[in-house]
Ligand binder design. Structure first.
Ligand code: UDP
Ligand code: GLC
Ligand code: MN
Length: 331
């Protein structure tokens, strides 16, 4: 085990902690030889913390930092992302010489230890503005000096998006032009947005994806899941947006993470996210949204699909691409 290299993620609250658990478990399933570290906020519940403890090598409590930049965050329609400034703490993990940061809303689909051959700051293009890197997956070298510089830089210049990605792109501002080896292939950070914004490319290359990133306001844990039927439901945002990867996330959560959460919570009710029957009826979240089944499309969604030039990407065609991966993942 490479003791001085680690995958690092962040969860300031219990919702993102679930994402971190699934991400950590997916890295374990693909037998990473690197250490696993999660940075958590002080308010993460003890029960979540104990599950994180069982998956990660290190759970570090950090102060939650907030950009407080409501104006820029409003431009992104994500008032919640000021706290992503907390991500900058990852540079203080100087017990490691090299790390790969991964957002808690990412999921790995194969072993990605080869990322440690890359240098700081390596990252994949952002699907919204490809001359910026997306800060959901990046290779970095912990250093107190860099950390201090980043803090000074962010207090002097702020962030153009109100979150960490704006600061990091301004700070590592030669990423787009200087060294192509720092451009990670998009398959290391396949934003689910790209699936419907460039569907033909997804059909062509999607099966090569190594990391899927559930970028955007609605996260996998905001849906609900029926373990009996394997169906993901709920929320106004149609589950098809995240395609079969969403089902993959839920299968991993339900089979590998939820049992540990149940043990940790014992009799205390908590939001499982699963619509359940008898055995755990007490655990079912009564407030879970009950919207139409996954494949029932709203007219707005139909229109969006039509505009994307493709009407049936959840159809059999695309599923065959993913099915192989699903099978190998669940084996
Ligand atoms: N995050 C967190 N708590 C929050 C919001 C964000 O811990 O309330 C962390 C988490 O690791 C998350 C990352 O910051 O994955 C970036 O936020 P998010 O993934 O929501 O941004 P997006 O990728 O959707 O732009
Ligand atoms: C992005 C990234 C995310 C980052 C956020 C705020 O969309 O996916 O990792 O935290 O912007 O800058
Ligand atoms: Mn993210």
């Amino acid at each position: 085990m490479a003791a001085d290299q680690a995958f690092v993620t962040l969860a300031t609250n219990d919702r993102y902690a679930k994402g971190a658990m699934v991400l950590g478990q997916s890295l374990r399933n693909y037998k990473t030889t690197k250490r696993l570290v999660v940075l958590i906020g002080p308010h993460v519940a003890d029960q979540c913390r104990s599950v994180l403890d069982s998956i990660f090598d290190e759970v570090c409590v950090v102060d939650v930092r907030d950009s407080g930049d409501t104006a820029h965050l409003a431009l992104m329609k994500r008032p919640d992302l000021g706290v992503t400034f907390t991500k900058l703490h990852c540079w203080t993990l100087t017990q490691y010489s090299k790390c790969v940061f991964m957002d808690a809303d990412t999921l790995v689909l194969s072993n990605i230890d080869e990322l440690f051959e890359r240098e700081e700051l390596s990252a994949a293009p952002d699907p919204g503005w490809p001359d910026c890197f997306n800060s959901g997956v990046f290779v970095f070298r912990p250093s107190n000096e860099t950390y201090q510089k980043l803090l000074t830089f962010s207090s002097e210049n702020g962030s153009f998006d109100g979150g960490d990605q704006g600061v990091l792109n301004s700070f590592f501002n030669t990423w787009a032009t200087e060294d192509i080896s720092k451009h990670l292939p998009f398959i290391y950070n396949l934003s689910s947005i790209a699936i419907y914004t460039y569907l033909p490319a997804f059909k062509q290359y999607g099966h090569e994806a190594k990391v899927v990133h559930f970028l955007g306001k609605v996260k996998p844990w905001d849906y609900s899941y029926d373990p009996q039927t394997g169906e993901v439901r709920g929320h106004s945002m149609p589950p098809e947006r995240h395609s079969d990867f969403l089902v993959l996330w839920w299968k991993l959560y339900a089979t590998s993470v939820l049992p540990s959460l149940r043990l940790a919570y014992g009799e205390t009710p908590f939001h499982t996210g699963c619509t359940e029957n008898t055995a755990h009826a007490g655990m079912t979240d009564a407030s879970a949204p009950t919207t139409p089944p996954a494949l029932q499309m709203s007219s707005e969604e139909r229109k969006e699909r039509w505009e994307a030039g493709q009407a049936d990407y959840m159809g059999d065609d695309s599923f065959t691409h993913i099915e192989r991966k699903l099978d190998s993942f669940l084996k």
